[in-house]
Design a protein around this ligand. Structure first.
Ligand code: SF4
Length: 410
């Protein structure tokens, strides 16, 4: 028996989840969302792994990107170039966009970085979010430069008058603010109260910051609660989802190198997304940010929430494998990732190790290859269409067939 409860929307006296597009109300009439119990309608059936349920969070926009209110989960990443170098930063933003990133965050550590934002924002193919700490003037400069998202921690931006100033400017520009709390930034009093950066401490810290914005009449807020502990991350977001209707940005911070970070992010975010918690995600990897985007999309695809481009299935190899299948699978993956049309082609590709089981096991694939001893076959929908001698010739023939499929020539 699940313990999720429904509750009426205390803003409008209507059901929040049914009214996911809750009409705007005057800020002064709004009770603090941070105090409101979150409405969740997950039933045992809906909360299955095959049909993750999307919670009805408060909808908002960052530029052209819709967040919350049942909108598709948004993929984010962050540049690691020097923001002062507008050219290098724009080049990375374009690569991230090509990889499927829908929102890009940039660190704005000083006035020089802020000065580069106008050029970056005016040429960026995606909405940008400025990551600002300590100096509220940098947040104002980012808004003036055209950025429609801020990531701040109201607790370190210089007091309530500065928070009020940033909130007023964000409201005037139609921008959203993400309140980001991580286990390393929890205030001393919270640490003392809870005996460390526990999920309760993270949530209480974030809600205190959210209330600072609410006191300024600002409600276009996204919350993130990041811990490098997967279990604490899950517990924190569950707790927050039960206590507020603000959209949630998911992430496991300092997740690590690609293999470890992918596992931690997939487990942490996967569990939450499967429960309907999370409106935007960022996979944090100690790697090129394009890899973060690729992993994020695979997480969403695995949960059936969103997909982008081809799906590649490949067998694990076994004692029957008589071809370098790992190399073949990597080459096919590389080809798809660099193909200019692949992002819009949801085809299923199979790379299998033997002719005995390959085509049969990948019957649902649109196209596939199955290796044999120094040769292999190419198949479509489980039926063999070609046999090719030699591994290199097999790969070349397969990529030609695949290219033709991606170009809709067959
Ligand atoms: S498809 Fe063939 S080679 Fe691959 S795991 Fe199955 S039996 Fe082994």
């Amino acid at each position: 028996m699940h313990d999720y409860q429904s509750a009426p929307c205390s803003w409008h006296g209507a059901d929040w989840l049914v009214n996911a597009g809750c009409p705007p109300a005057d800020a002064a009439e709004r009770p603090p969302l941070a105090e409101k119990r979150h409405t969740r309608y997950i039933t045992a059936t809906e909360n299955s792994m095959t049909q993750p349920h999307r919670n009805g969070t408060r909808p908002l926009n960052i530029g052209s990107v819709a967040i919350g209110g049942g909108a598709p989960v948004v993929v984010q990443s962050m540049t690691n170039t020097d923001t002062r170098d507008a050219g290098a930063t724009l080049e990375q933003i374009r690569r991230l966009h090509a990889a499927g990133c829908e929102l890009v965050r940039l660190a704005v550590p000083d006035a020089q970085a802020a000065a580069a934002l106008k050029t970056i924002a005016s040429h960026s193919p995606v909405p940008l979010v400025a990551d600002v700490h300590f100096d509220y003037r940098l947040a104002l400069a980012a808004l003036d430069a055209g950025l429609r998202g801020l990531r701040i921690n109201p607790g370190n931006i210089g007091g309530q008058d500065k928070v009020r100033c940033v909130a007023a400017a964000a409201k005037a520009h139609g921008a959203a603010i993400r309140v980001g709390v991580n286990s390393g930034s929890v205030e001393k009093e919270m640490l003392r109260k809870y005996g460390g950066p526990t999920p309760e401490a993270l949530v209480e810290s974030a809600l205190a910051h959210v209330r600072m914005l609410e006191q300024c009449g600002f409600f276009d807020t996204v919350i993130s609660l990041k811990s490098s502990s997967v279990t604490d991350t899950i517990a924190s977001y569950r707790l927050m989802a039960a206590r507020s209707s603000y959209p949630l940005h998911l992430g496991v911070t300092e997740a690590g190198t690609p293999m470890r970070g992918t596992v931690k992010s997939s487990v942490g975010m996967g569990i939450l997304l499967a429960e309907g918690i999370g409106d935007t995600i960022r996979v944090s990897l100690t790697a090129d940010p394009e890899q973060e985007v690729a992993v994020a999309w695979e997480i969403l695809r695995a949960l059936g929430l969103r997909s982008r481009g081809p799906e590649i299935i490949s067998c694990p190899t076994c004692g029957r494998t008589e071809i370098d299948l790992i190399h073949l699978a990597e080459e096919v993956d590389r080809f798809v990732r660099s193909h200019p049309l692949a992002a819009d082609r949801p085809v299923k590709i199979a790379v299998m190790g033997c002719v005995v089981n390959g085509p049969g096991e990948a019957r649902e694939a649109d196209i596939g290859l199955a290796g044999g001893r120094s040769k292999g076959v190419i198949f479509k929908k489980g039926s063999i269409i070609r046999s090719v001698e030699g591994q290199d010739a097999l790969l070349s023939a397969f990529l030609k067939e695949l290219d033709s499929l991606l170009r809709n020539e067959q």
